[in-house]
Design a protein around this ligand. Structure first.
Ligand code: ATP
Ligand code: MG
Length: 552
């Protein structure tokens, strides 16, 4: 079915490991910290981890990396699960690093017993000073030579709550002159008197990332632990701890994180956008979160296709948002029903059409016959787009103008006979006549026109609010600009059309249903819709207007 593709470097590693009989099957994990909603970057990691396991008949665990008690929240846990399911993946087990706190504590005790960890009373400043620099070796802390017994006692006292935050830490005893700074006796446990979203007040010592991640991988028999490039220097410590603890040998592999233009992707920055009211929540359609894209009308398939297309790189780069939009348009073009909606209405009266008459016209739902047809009402008074009329037509103008003819989509050819303006010079009404023999389904008029415009029958029109979303930032890489990234927010990222008119078939639209509003773009019904007020979001324009601008 799919074209033959060469293997990415992770697939090569997995195939070699399986061929060598290193594992009977592979186990991967997706390890989010529940301190925010997932963003499009995470979808890369999700597609990769779940994709590998799926391809090679293995399994993927969902592990919440909840070792930091302060920033985590159950709201985030739920949103993460929703997003992964929506993307189309199922995890083998739902696990929490905090469930391993007892085990991790035991591992720390094991290291102490082996003379490979010690309690240090130095302040964080002293620890930093003694650490040295990449070109100078560090110096041993005076506490480094404590006896095993003393360390066991002190660590147990730390756990019992005898000390305040920061008074003592537990450090691995490796080498203060190591060329890798992370190997210079890294801190593996710290004191933090804080409530944890799952373990409550049971613990006041918490493992550091490096002492939790690899050990959790090992506890779960993870064969391939895939993370982003910034963890390359951590790999040595990852391997050291597993070796010294003599536990299941998980291995870490690194790939380049996904960076995308016109957005920011760190949860810390996204949280600022939410907390400071630049957007309306984590699922605001302008957010690069999975829930934001979903609410905006993106399909899970288009995100998966995008992740597949960008591949797995070993070098950092920026992917153009246009590529994601391209994948989206390709998918929506296949599945979205075509309907008519007028976003900037002006009234059109067909003067020679019978008063009070309504015809039901057939219209196809899409280019593909399998999408079927529907009927739409047509009568004397219609809404059309203001921009489809020009009083003084430009060159090559094939739409309405005084004396000009166009076809009304799925209906008749009309000719513009007159127009009415208000005192400010705005067009308020167009008067046209129709050619009865030109009905789309049976055109015997012999007249050919170059332009076709969409319309909505006034008497049966549905009113809707339409939220026109655009990119949240006006520069390609807001995080790398000088100054605050929020200074680069696009002031036109949301423009609300209070009253647009839609054809009546949209009365049955459900939340997240996606449509093509003919000639206007792709739209989906927003969850803010009520029985009395429809709200549509613009998902994406029909064409890529941004890259055109960039190429000017
Ligand atoms: P952030 O910096 O946005 O807070 P994070 O790496 O701290 O991200 P985690 O919840 O720890 O977020 O990430 C879970 C998994 O997703 C990790 O394995 C991480 O490597 C991966 N991940 C996070 N951001 C990206 C990205 N931009 N591209 C690819 N993978 C990512
Ligand atoms: Mg993280």
């Amino acid at each position: 079915m799919s074209e033959e593709k060469s293997l990415n470097f992770l697939e090569e590693i997995v195939e070699a490991d399986l061929a060598a009989g290193k594992y009977s099957s592979i186990v991967t994990r997706f390890p989010p910290e529940p301190n925010g909603y997932l963003h499009i970057g995470h979808s890369k990691s999700i597609c990769l981890n779940f994709g590998l396991a799926k391809k090679y008949g293995g399994k993927t665990n969902l592990r919440f990396d909840d070792t930091n008690p302060v920033t985590e929240d159950t709201e985030y846990v739920e949103s993460i699960k929703d997003d992964i399911r929506w993307l189309g993946f199922n995890w083998a087990e739902e696990l929490y690093a905090s469930d391993y706190f007892d085990k991790l504590y035991e591992y720390a005790v094991t290291l102490i017993r082996k003379g490979l960890a010690y309690v240090d009373d130095s302040t964080s400043e002293e620890i930093a000073t003694l650490k040295g620099t990449p070109t100078e070796p560090g110096k041993d802390s005076v506490y480094r030579s404590r006896s095993v017994e003393e360390n066991l006692q002190l660590f147990s006292d730390m756990k019992a709550g005898k000390y305040k935050d920061g008074e003592k830490v537990l450090r691995a005893k490796i080498d203060m002159a190591h060329t890798n700074m992370l190997m210079r006796d890294p801190i593996i446990y710290r004191i933090k008197h804080a409530h944890h979203h799952r373990t409550g007040d049971k613990w006041c010592v918490y493992p550091m990332y490096d002492f939790a991640h690899g050990q959790s991988d090992s506890i779960e028999n993870i064969t391939h632990s895939i993370c982003t490039l910034e963890f390359i220097p951590h790999r040595e410590l990852y391997d050291w701890l597993i070796e010294k603890l003599e536990i299941f040998p998980s291995h870490q592999y690194e790939f380049a994180r996904l960076n995308m233009t016109y957005t920011v992707m760190s949860k810390r920055k996204l949280l600022q956008l939410v907390n400071e009211g630049f957007v309306n929540g984590w699922d605001d359609p302008r957010m690069p979160t999975i829930s934001g894209f979903r609410r905006k009308g993106y399909t899970a398939e288009s995100i998966r296709t995008f992740c597949d297309k960008i591949g797995v790189a070993k070098r950092e780069n920026f992917i153009d948002l246009s590529l994601l939009e391209f994948c989206l348009r390709e998918h929506l073009n296949k599945i979205a029903k075509r309907v008519m909606a007028v976003l900037d209405p002006v009234k059109l009266v067909i003067t020679n059409y019978e008063d009070g008459k309504t015809e039901m016209l057939n219209s196809e739902n899409g280019p593909d016959e399998s999408m079927g047809t529907r009927t739409i009402p047509f009568s004397k008074e219609l809404w059309i787009e203001r921009e489809d009329f020009m009083e003084v037509p430009a060159k090559k103008w094939f739409r309405l103008a005084p004396g000009a003819m166009v076809r009304l989509k799925s209906a008749y050819i009309i000719k513009c006979d007159a127009f009415i303006k208000d005192v400010n010079g705005n067009i308020t009404e167009l008067h046209c006549s129709y050619i009865p023999e030109s009905k789309s389904s049976n055109d015997t008029s012999g007249i050919s026109v170059k332009g076709t415009i969409h319309w909505v029958n006034i008497a049966t029109a549905l009113e809707a609010e339409v939220r026109m979303y655009d990119r949240l930032f006006k520069v390609e890489n807001p995080a790398s600009e000088e100054g605050d990234f929020k200074d680069f927010i696009n002031p036109h990222s949301l423009e609300i059309i209070q009253k647009a008119y839609l054809e009546p078939s949209l009365a049955t639209a459900a939340i997240e249903d996606r449509y093509q509003f003919i000639r206007k773009g792709y739209f989906c019904l927003d969850k803010d819709s009520t029985a009395n007020q429809l709200v549509f979001n613009r998902t994406v324009t029909l064409k890529d207007t941004w890259s055109k601008e960039a190429n000017k």
